[in-house]
Design a protein around this ligand. Sequence first.
Ligand SMILES: [Zn+2]
Length: 104
Amino acid sequence: MENAFEFDPTRDYLAEWELEAEKKTLVPKGKNGRPLCLAKCRDGNPCQAQVAIDPVTNRPRNQRCRMHGGASTGPKTSAGKRRIGEAVAQRNRERAAKRRTERQ
Ligand SMILES: [Zn+2]
């Protein structure tokens, strides 16, 4: 028997595969094509809000809307982690200075 698959160089297999994967994972979609959150709401119905988009990657963050995404898991980039570290150090300096003035 002949192999059924024949490679067609004119087809974009990766794009087709991505489209297929998107169809499977991101349905149903909202008004502007974004997938819906579908978290279980307090009234028992699936949430109809659209998923939150990560502004950095421009892709859905965790398939949930802005209300159902859960707590932040903190900065991911080294620049973001440094920013948080500097903010904590600054806050600690201010607290120490305040304590020094109160003690006098
Ligand atoms: Zn939701």
